[in-house]
Design a protein around this ligand. Sequence first.
Ligand SMILES: Nc1nc2c(ncn2[C@@H]2O[C@H](COP(=O)(O)OP(=O)(O)OP(=O)(O)O)[C@@H](O)[C@H]2O)c(=O)[nH]1
Ligand SMILES: [Mg+2]
Length: 479
Amino acid sequence: MYLPDTIVAPATAPGLGAVAIVRLSGPRAFEILDAIFRPMHSAEFTPRMMRLGDVVDPATGARIDRALAVVMPHPASLTGEDVAEIQCHGGPYVVRRIIALALDAGARVAEPGEFTRRAFLNGRMDLAEAEAVADIVAARSDSALANALSQLSGALSQRVDELRAQVIAIRAHLEVEIDFSDEDIRLPSRREVAAEIERLIADVTVLHDSFARGLLMRDGVRATILGKPNAGKSSLLNLLLGADRAIVTAIAGTTRDVIEDSVQLGPYALVLNDTAGVRESTDDVERIGIERTLRSARDADLLIAMFDSSRPLEPSDLDVIRITNDRPGLAILNKRDLPAAIASADLRDQGLRIPILPFSAINLDEAATLRAELIKAIDALIADPSPVISRERLGEGSAAAATIPTNDQIAISRERHRDALAMALEALKNARNAVLSLMPPEIVAVDIMAAASALGSITGEVSGEDVLDAIFRDFCIGK
Ligand SMILES: Nc1nc2c(ncn2[C@@H]2O[C@H](COP(=O)(O)OP(=O)(O)OP(=O)(O)O)[C@@H](O)[C@H]2O)c(=O)[nH]1
Ligand SMILES: [Mg+2]
């Protein structure tokens, strides 16, 4: 357990701002507030009611700032302890002075994440919920925010608790077998127990495999624009960004290096890579550029393959088609404002399987259609982020997401959770094998309890301080 001393930290970001919040938590929070804050009308504080007053240096009586203060008594507070907050003017010097006064009055500077850690230790939130706090702070898109918020509201914790309860129910079956094996009562058969474990393995696998989806939502989708030189890749990047980010010219081979930028697309963050055109080249610089294109395409979650409809297909187009095989993506048949030399059917004939959008990157009016098609492609990717996904499904766009039951929509986004689920899965598989090979129930029970404790570690049954240290280290000071 932690020593319940009183901690202080700025709860707002450093730098200039309209207001800053200095947060105190611990048994002496109110006493320290009393020492450094004089309410205007010297009445008692009412819990959760703001009071206007002056921050003063008790040693000299000097006024430091005019501020608002609020007290939130334990246990119904953020940390479960007495919490006091001062809303002062948002200057770094003012904040430093107030923190210094609190330290003189007996507080200690909080470690990163220490407020949330205390909230966890005092049962105000479980571990998965505490981690969601950090994810909300780090969120860069609506999808990241929505996933973190659902975890903060306990959706993941609830699902994990359900799974854990089912594991414990199996343990109870085994108990019966251990205790009454000599008596003449009906015990669940080995087959029944194995089938139950099998069902659990399937459910835990769904949650485990949601990691890929959770990561896409948390960190954004990486898309690589690829195609032969002059297809209009850089024009597409600029159109999506609404800015002249990449150089566009009529000269084939204009882009030499990978150009990266991100754009908000509906609820998603999309990280776009514009690349050097794919073709056979004898130019050293261009060749290195093309190697980078291929690397970027390999690492991408989504491929945007561009084809020039005003020119016949060339070997490099076929290379692009080959790269998109078995990968999530969207094909753009560009320059449809020009007389057509090829049509969608020609791309299909060459084996292109991803959806095709006839397009013109010089026509600003088409940007909205492009965005909508890309959102559909990301919807499909997030509904099923496994590397090999059915093209037909991609073609149907977001329809796939709508039919998935709620439990499947919970997505884990932390390696710690994925690793815990992997441990639970391994233990469950061992248990199943032990059941099927007619091991004594005591042996099966060991694996079953290992699975229960792996699941429990997600919400908070962690053994050591070191695990907590690792989790809360990533938080900022004042959280
Ligand atoms: N008519 C027409 N021209 C386009 C369209 N899209 C791009 N272009 C023109 O095609 C030329 C090449 O465009 P870029 O965007 O530089 O092509 P890129 O694929 O980035 O080419 P590299 O960087 O050389 O690989 C430029 O002159 C563009 O203005 C389009 O839809 N219609
Ligand atoms: Mg270019």
